[in-house]
Design a protein around this ligand. Structure first.
Ligand code: ACO
Length: 332
């Protein structure tokens, strides 16, 4: 049987930084409020002519180069994004695939908001274990600044742009394998976090009316409470299902939405500070890109070693949630 190994990681953030101080000249807020309520200090913002596919392509190039796998051997590209280059089509995955120089790889996007990377991981694992694919490039890429309302202080202080990517490959060595991935969704909570316009469910009658109203809207406080409850339950379940405890985890890599949510989940699992990966201060919430960007930070700091076990955990619009137990398994 083929198993799926997490071979490599890469990430990219655009150059421009938007600080909390700069946001105070745009909306009625303060550095103190943002820092205390979210832990965010700054976020990166893509240039006008820099698209989600450009961010994703740069992250993917690093991941492929670090994987030791030849570009032409990548047989599937999955891009998790809620800020695709184009509404409906073509998919951002196909654009990235072509920008990378891939000719025949299967390519498609998935929409699972902040849980997108964990969903992509489950897709890669399933395709590899079934024998249908051998080397799957998964990408979380977001230009959230394109769907953020910079007059809404409840959301514009949270989101940033960036991308992360990983190569997942077939292996026969079970010790290298991704152990488990959990995913779930509940549309009952859809209205907590949504872009209500821009699709066939829009209240607008014409594209003209639609223009300029396709931004993210969020009931922040309610989302916060559901996030803590769902994430804690989900990580406890995936650990129990696999006869593991928090002590077996080297790196807990949660979706970077809010420092207080991460702290609450980490405390519920009785994790030590050094186990919890935190990047929310410098990148803000980058939705589907946040987990691979955080893994990349650990990798680039030299603190992610072969065989170390990561616990990934995400929650986002939909609502969607997911967790994964993933040993880092670079090619030997
Ligand atoms: N600056 C100053 N005051 C603010 C700001 C701001 N930027 N935003 C809101 N406020 C005010 C509110 O108006 C409110 O004022 P009031 O008491 O006079 O009515 C007060 O601050 C408290 O507002 P809350 O919304 O209750 O603040 P809360 O502590 O919940 O923090 C936040 C808001 C940061 C958005 C938090 O709720 C949060 O992080 N929620 C979860 C986000 C998340 O995890 N999303 C899921 C993933 S995202 C995705 O899928 C794309």
């Amino acid at each position: 049987m083929a198993y799926a190994a997490f071979r490599s990681i890469g990430a990219y953030v655009p150059e421009k930084i938007l600080t909390n101080k700069e946001l105070t000249s745009m909306v009625d807020t303060s550095d103190e409020w943002i820092t205390k309520r979210t832990g965010i200090k700054e976020r990166h913002i893509a240039a006008k002519d820099e698209y989600t596919s450009d961010l994703g392509m740069k992250a993917a190039q690093k991941a492929i180069q670090r994987s030791g796998i030849a570009l032409e051997d990548i047989d599937m590209v999955v891009c998790a994004t809620i800020s695709p280059d184009y509404f409906c089509m073509p998919s951002t995955a196909t654009i990235i695939s072509t920008k990378l120089g891939l000719k025949n790889a299967t390519a498609f996007d998935i929409s699972a908001a902040c849980t997108g990377f964990v969903y992509s991981l489950s897709i890669a694992k399933a395709f590899i274990e079934s024998g249908m694919k051998k080397n799957v490039l998964i990408i979380g890429a977001e230009k959230l600044s394109a769907i953020t309302d910079y007059s809404d202080r409840g959301t514009c202080i949270l989101f940033g742009d960036g991308a992360g990517a990983a190569v997942i490959s077939a292996t026969e060595d079970k010790s290298e394998a991704i152990i488990d991935v959990h995913t779930g969704a509940d549309g009952e909570y859809a209205d907590l976090l949504m872009t209500p316009n821009g699709g066939s469910g829009s209240a607008h009658d014409s594209l003209e009316e639609e223009a300029g109203s396709c931004f993210m809207q969020m009931k922040g406080n309610e989302t916060f409470k559901v996030a803590v409850r769902t994430l804690t339950k989900d990580v406890k379940e995936i650990l129990a299902d696999n006869n593991l405890t928090g002590n077996d985890i080297k790196h807990f890599v949660p979706h970077q939405a809010n420092y207080r949510i991460i702290k609450a989940v980490g405390d519920a699992l009785k994790l030590r500070e050094e186990q919890v990966v935190l990047t929310v201060a410098k990148y803000g919430n980058t939705s589907g890109a946040s987990i691979p960007m955080a893994i990349n930070d650990v990798y680039e700091s030299g603190e992610l070693k072969a065989g170390e076990l990561m616990l990934l955990d995400a929650f986002g619009g939909g609502l969607t949630w997911g967790s994964a137990l993933v040993p880092f398994s670079p090619k030997k």
